[in-house]
Design a protein around this ligand. Structure first.
Ligand code: PLP
Length: 438
């Protein structure tokens, strides 16, 4: 009987995945290249598929599930608030939206916050802020960087410095141009009398975890000051304590030696961008996005100029506030920093041990990119990009990661990842590397 069960089980599993896949094929717009996994439930940093197989989730919904899965505090916030008030429109005041805005202001600097539902929508808000700011002087251009990612709306793909997201959707929204990341001279040359703002990700996530230097961020601030431009940071992926600080630019400037004698260097002025977009981890899986704007520009978007029906509902704000409470109470910023340092250092050791497979490891806290050697013989056996092949191999080993670029995978785990879970992930990654080396 046991033998029969053992034989029939894989068939049932296959049918279950096949059934859900067919449901999608018939009914869901096929705009995603999905992995062949049907996920059913989660707890902490683990998820289970429809076969009951457990995976260590080092992807956390692409940097979304900041407290992992099924966190009791999130469930409690959702339950309690949903019994009181889920939604009223932004025609009215609600205490929780005001409280969450204050918490964000307190974590960045004096200013104000606009709430929306996603990263792309938060960036749309920044684009409108730039346009309104420059409008009366005929300034509307926004300079972004190559290999950036700013979302999939029409303006989001125009802002994104990657051709692949723009293809087929021409003509592009006007007013965006791209220069190489980390190249201040190129940024300076791109500024015209029409330029209103510069937008960068202090850590480029989608294109493979590339971290700006402190000098670059300071140089951008100085350029913006010189030319009266707004400086925007997209912290949708790297923000919300992932690096050990609330936003990644705060971590970058802390760890980098800021030399006041270097051109552009200054320790006397507190460093601030003019606006910051956020989403993902802010709601831990419940959709919420936001942008913070510095006090002196915080009334540019005056009444009637911008809106979002679901922006900052009491339910979303209750969840986001609870997440901030848990992060503080459980010192999760420190956990992200400590475990991130541990993971990065162990992965760099692996890179030294297997330099022909793992070419580089880049990261800050719990946003980590592993760059594989794309010319490995093992990768030649399949059409799929090396990044997708590595992600698939890790799935087979019971670990979820996120592909980036063609040969980079990202680790973006929950901020409450445990040391034992990090070690489990490292073992699986080393085993995958050894296997690739064959
Ligand atoms: N900006 C960055 C840096 C991102 O990583 C993403 C999503 O991955 C976005 C914007 C878009 O966010 P959303 O998918 O919530 O619209």
């Amino acid at each position: 009987m046991k033998e029969v069960l053992a034989q029939t089980q894989p068939a049932i599993v296959k049918n279950e995945t096949k059934r859900v896949r067919e449901l999608f094929e018939q009914n869901v717009v096929p705009s995603y290249a999905r992995f062949d996994l049907v996920l059913e439930r989660g707890e902490g940093s683990y998820v289970w598929d429809s076969d009951g197989r457990r995976y260590l989730d080092l992807a956390a919904g692409i940097a979304v599930c900041s407290l992992g899965h099924a966190h009791p505090e999130i469930t409690k916030a959702l339950t309690e608030q949903s019994q009181k008030l889920i939604h009223v429109s932004n025609l009215y005041y609600t205490e929780l939206q005001g409280q969450l805005a204050k918490r964000i202001v307190d974590l960045i600097a004096p200013g104000r916050v606009f709430f929306c539902n996603s990263g792309a929508e938060a960036n749309e808000g920044l684009f409108k802020l730039a346009r309104k700011f420059g409008h009366d002087e005929g300034r509307y251009e926004i300079i972004t960087t190559l290999d950036s990612f700013h979302g999939r709306t029409l303006a989001g793909i125009a802002a994104t410095g990657q051709d692949k997201v723009k293809k087929g959707f021409e003509p592009a929204v006007t007013g965006f141009k791209h220069v190489p990341f980390s190249d201040l001279d190129a940024m300076r040359r791109a500024i015209t009398p029409q330029t209103a703002a510069i937008l960068v990700e202090p850590i480029q996530g989608e294109s493979g975890v590339t971290i700006a230097t402190p000098e670059y961020l300071i140089g951008l601030r100085n350029l913006c000051d010189e030319h009266r431009l707004l400086l925007f940071f997209d912290e949708v992926q790297a923000g919300h304590f992932r690096t050990g600080k609330f936003q990644s630019w705060q971590r970058i400037l802390e760890v980098g030696a800021i030399d006041p004698n270097r051109p552009g260097g200054s320790v006397n002025r507190p460093y601030l961008p003019d606006a910051v977009s956020m989403a993902k981890s802010l709601g831990g899986g419940f959709p919420i996005g936001a942008f913070w704007v510095r006090d002196k520009f915080s009334d540019v978007l005056s009444a009637g100029t911008h809106a979002s029906t679901f922006g900052g509902t009491p339910l979303a704000c209750a969840v986001a506030l609870r997440i901030l409470d848990v992060i503080k109470r459980e010192s999760l910023a420190e956990n992200a920093r400590r475990l991130g340092d541990f993971l990065i250092s162990e992965l760099r050791t692996l890179s030294k041990k297997y330099p022909n497979v793992l070419r580089a490891v880049r990261g800050s806290g719990l946003i980590i990119g592993l760059e594989f050697e794309p010319k490995l013989a093992a990768f030649g056996r399949e059409e799929k990009s090396p990044a997708i092949q590595v992600a698939n191999r890790l799935h087979r080993a019971g670990v979820l990661t996120v592909p980036a670029a063609t040969s980079v995978i990202r680790l973006l785990p929950a901020l409450n990842l445990r040391r034992s879970e990090a070690e489990e992930g490292l073992h699986a990654i080393e085993a995958a590397i050894v296997d690739l080396k064959q």
